[in-house]
Ligand binder design. Structure first.
Ligand code: AGP
Length: 364
């Protein structure tokens, strides 16, 4: 993959558009249909060791931390191993209890982020086993970890991460499937997830085709001074990532909350000038999410929903293709990358180089 813009006006636009191919690349050569599982050559963790893992702790910063939150959810759902994610920048400073039965996973696009590298080094010093989910081959974090999964997103030039986020989450789905099939995930469920993974590139293509409509929506919301992003369980990390994307390139203030937390405080902010972006997959929380939309509408809040079907209470809905429920969060953030992009464009921002930010944060 070359570094030229290939006919796109910005690297961000190029990288958003590359996602079908990028996801295809993270899957390529890894699926084993015979056993309904995946092979992850560099993992360096045999089946016996994988069965002894009692807990998984994922560490990353910014977008990679958000990918880690989705990864933790996938690992809990598919492998039934307790898992959570934490900002690497905080982890090191709270003198964490390092447990020998916990597998640590460091996530990083660049593989050079100082906060993540320092957390890995601290963990290794304490004898922990640390794997990496990293994009840049041979980077510092890839070298320091005991093994891992390369994300194969290709070079990402724009300061804000898009294709690497999607590929990282997909890499976590592969890892979760692998661990699940070693533990208690059935052949049938393994097959179902593999079929879902194979549908992703085509479904991303379908989302990309909606760019013109999303651009119109972005122009409608670009006058907002602040935006609220909400989602529940699988949708919440998507909301966090979408709000970060909007902040980074449009400089519009944005907050992300679990929809269930609205009534515990943020509902006080809702009024016509504060639009809400709601992530509403067709899962077991659909009705509860719809109830949250009613609460927002009752306060005259504008709502943009990202959902699997039109949402009656929303002013606008971006409809995304349905995949297996466990994999839905991989797709739901993509229209919001396009939304953030066109919002920033409408506001005349320097999209590839947002103010105050660097692509790779190699200092503390
Ligand atoms: C992404 O849009 C951000 N610019 C930023 O949050 C980034 O994800 C973070 O600094 C971590 O970088 P890494 O993935 O290269 O470690």
């Amino acid at each position: 993959e070359s570094y030229d813009m290939g006919g796109h006006d910005t690297y961000m636009h190029k990288e958003i558009s590359e996602q079908p191919d990028a996801v295809d690349r993270v899957l390529r050569g890894r699926i084993d249909d015979r056993f309904s599982t995946v092979h992850l050559g560099g993992l360096n963790l045999d089946a016996r060791e994988a069965r002894t893992i009692r807990r998984i702790k994922i560490l990353g910063c910014g977008t990679s931390y958000h990918a880690g939150l989705i990864g933790a959810g996938l690992i809990e759902e598919l492998a039934r191993i307790p898992a959570d994610a934490e900002p690497a920048s905080e982890f090191r400073y709270r003198n964490p209890v390092v447990d020998p039965d916990t597998l640590y996973i460091a996530v990083s696009q660049s593989g050079e982020t100082y906060d993540v590298l320092a957390a890995v080094q601290e963990l290794k010093r304490k004898g922990a086993r640390v794997l990496g989910v990293v994009n840049v081959v041979g980077s510092a974090i890839a070298r320091e970890t005991d093994g891992g999964v390369y994300v194969h997103a290709g070079p990402e030039v724009c300061v804000v991460s898009t294709k690497c986020f999607t590929n990282t989450v997909t890499a976590f789905a592969l890892l979760a499937l692998h661990l699940g099939r070693i533990r208690d995930l059935s052949v049938a469920d393994g097959k179902r997830i593999i079929e879902g993974l194979r549908r992703l590139p085509g479904q991303i293509q379908e989302i990309l085709k909606q760019e013109d409509e999303i651009k119109k929506l972005a122009k409608r919301y670009a006058d907002a001074k602040s935006m609220m992003f909400i989602g529940r369980v699988r949708g919440y990390p998507v909301a966090l990532e979408a709000s970060l994307k909007l902040k980074e390139i449009s400089y519009i203030h944005a907050e992300a909350y679990p929809a269930s937390e609205l009534k515990h405080g943020p509902l006080a902010l809702i009024e016509p000038s504060l639009p809400t972006v709601a992530i509403i997959p067709n899962d077991d929380l659909l009705e509860k999410n719809r109830a949250a939309l009613e609460e927002i509408k009752a306060r005259s809040g504008r709502i943009l929903a990202v959902a699997h079907q039109e949402q009656e209470k929303a002013d606008h809905t971006i409809v995304v293709p349905k995949n297996e429920t466990e994999l839905d969060s991989i797709l739901m953030g993509i229209p919001l990358q396009i939304f953030a992009y066109h919002t920033a464009l409408a506001l005349g921002r320097d999209i590839d180089k947002p103010r105050n930010l660097a692509k790779s944060v190699t200092v503390e």
